[in-house]
Design a protein around this ligand. Structure first.
Ligand SMILES: Nc1nc2c(ncn2[C@@H]2O[C@H](COP(=O)(O)OP(=O)(O)O)[C@@H](O)[C@H]2O)c(=O)[nH]1
Ligand SMILES: [Mg+2]
Length: 233
């Protein structure tokens, strides 16, 4: 059996987290040879998020400070310490279907990464605002141009990683620029990645991403990492 950690970053996501935890396809994962553990990294939620994690017996760790990027980096360190061979990360807000994780796991290679592609997948009505839709396409197009290696969806929040890829990526993102930085790091480090279409639906609960400011932050990260391939530390 291969050890799989499902990594869920959460901030006041009680409703979405319940939705996700109810849908993790344990039986199909086991049939594919995975032994699955769920790791919830919390940005100090003030709602019932922790109770939901406890009800499903998921491992729950509060992060220091806040930020999705910091949460993911912390989650990677913990997942490696837990001996995981594969990590799947997805937002716990009801936008990404846990049932679809096998679409990412099946093509995953020993040292590669597979990313869920919302832009060529099945997007439910009202799952993305018009501004967000344009922003996602624009950032994806700019990223491909800047790095000379096509990305299909640079801000996707649904990824499957081999242990080897996690160990090789060099990251310091604090917030929502983490996915852009992972893309940049994969290009620079020669980590093989591929895309698979996934569905995307409207989130449950309240959005944490303030689209314009975060969009600029993502663009800045793409430009910085183009010329400064890794964090200075
Ligand atoms: N641990 C942690 N998770 C966060 C933080 N901010 C957002 N998240 C989680 O990251 C995921 C993506 O956030 P979301 O608001 O949906 O942003 P969007 O999908 O990029 O619009 C959700 O599961 C959030 O609960 C944070 O500061 N810390
Ligand atoms: Mg979301």
């Amino acid at each position: 059996m291969k050890r799989l950690v499902v990594l869920l970053p959460v901030l006041n996501e009680a409703e979405g987290l319940r939705w996700v935890l109810e849908r993790i396809p344990y039986a199909s994962l086991e049939a594919e040879g995975y032994e699955t553990e769920v790791l919830v990294i919390d940005g100090n939620s003030t709602d019932q998020t922790e109770d939901v994690a406890a009800a499903f017996e998921a491992r729950f760790l509060p992060q220091e400070g806040t930020g999705k990027g910091s949460a993911i980096r912390y989650g990677f360190r913990e997942a490696l310490a837990m001996g995981s061979e594969v990590v799947v990360m997805l937002d716990a807000d009801g936008t990404y279907a846990p049932e679809e994780m096998l679409r990412l796991l099946k093509p995953l290679k020993q040292d590669g990464v597979v990313i869920g592609d919302r832009l060529r997948g099945e997007m439910a009505p009202h799952s993305m605002s018009r501004l967000n839709y344009i922003g996602n396409h624009l950032l994806t197009w700019l990223a491909s141009g800047l790095y000379g290696t096509a990305t299909h969806d640079v801000c996707s929040g649904y990824w499957a990683f081999s242990r080897d890829a996690i160990e090789r990526m060099m990251l310091n993102s604090v917030s929502f620029e983490i996915e852009a930085e992972m893309y940049a790091s994969m290009v620079h480090r020669g980590i093989a990645f591929t895309y698979r279409p996934i569905s995307y639906r409207p989130r449950l609960g309240e959005a944490k991403l303030g689209s314009t400011a975060d969009g600029w932050n993502i663009l800045r990260k793409l430009i910085t990492r183009r010329f400064l391939p890794q964090p200075l530390l």
